[in-house]
Ligand binder design. Structure first.
Ligand code: SF4
Ligand code: SF4
Length: 219
């Protein structure tokens, strides 16, 4: 990733840090764990796997910028979303990419407003989990018309954002049978992305896969 593209796009985006695209960042080992904990960040053990994760939304994020940029984990240094890769290859213009980021951020702001209207309380969770928590809580507590309409609006907004994220940032899962994007299964657990093979060099991982930074995509 060139410094200019990072400056132009990433510093105004932050969607791979704020829990929108990804649910956590895989850490490289003990050195990174110690360094992040010394900076006051919490690190989680991944149940059933011998690795540590930095949960997202990242507490080092300030607005759309990393507050520990010089000390960020290796995966953060090498990650490139699909949009950034496409701009780097000249397939998408910088202006178009900025519009896509702005569009995603507008949709996310709308979704956050709906989550708040439903009484969502889990700002520390990735966006999709926040939505699911707010929907489940509202369904349990409120059966009035206004709440039902807000839930429907949130589900529609989630589906719309899901399509944008998969297409522009993560790469869309394509159903060969129906020739369509796979719809969002709103009650499914987070999508599992297989971790990179241990023998694969870290630098090549970041360029061969759209979301190598985390073991879990958020959508
Ligand atoms: S989602 Fe892509 S454009 Fe946005 S900050 Fe992450 S790498 Fe940069
Ligand atoms: S450490 Fe910095 S680059 Fe990595 S997820 Fe947190 S805010 Fe983003």
């Amino acid at each position: 990733m060139t410094a200019s593209l990072t400056d132009t796009l990433c510093t105004r985006c932050g969607l791979c840090c704020d829990g929108t695209l990804l649910a956590d960042v895989e850490l490289a080992g003990h050195r990174e764990i110690v360094a992040l904990e010394a900076l006051g960040l919490e690190v989680e053990e991944d149940d059933g796997a011998d690795r540590a994760l930095l949960p997202l939304p990242c507490r080092a994020l300030r607005g759309t910028r990393c507050n520990i940029y010089a000390h960020r984990p290796d995966c953060c240094r090498t990650f490139e979303c699909r949009l950034l890769q496409e701009v780097g290859r000249g397939r998408v213009s910088i202006e178009r990419a900025q519009e896509t980021i702005a569009d995603a951020r507008r949709r996310i702001a709308h979704i956050r407003g709906l989550v708040a209207a439903l009484g969502g309380r889990s700002a520390h969770l990735p966006l999709k989990e926040r939505c699911l928590e707010a929907l489940a809580r509202s369904e349990e507590l409120h059966d009035d018309l206004k709440s039902r309409r807000t839930r429907e609006e949130l589900e529609a907004a989630m589906t719309s954002l899901d399509r944008l994220i998969r297409r522009a940032f993560l790469g869309a899962p394509y159903d060969r049978r129906t020739r369509a994007l796979r719809p969002l299964d709103r009650m499914s657990r987070l999508i599992q992305i297989a971790p990179p093979r241990p023998s694969e060099p870290r630098s090549s991982r970041s360029r061969s896969r759209p979301a190598p930074r985390s073991c879990r995509a958020s959508w």
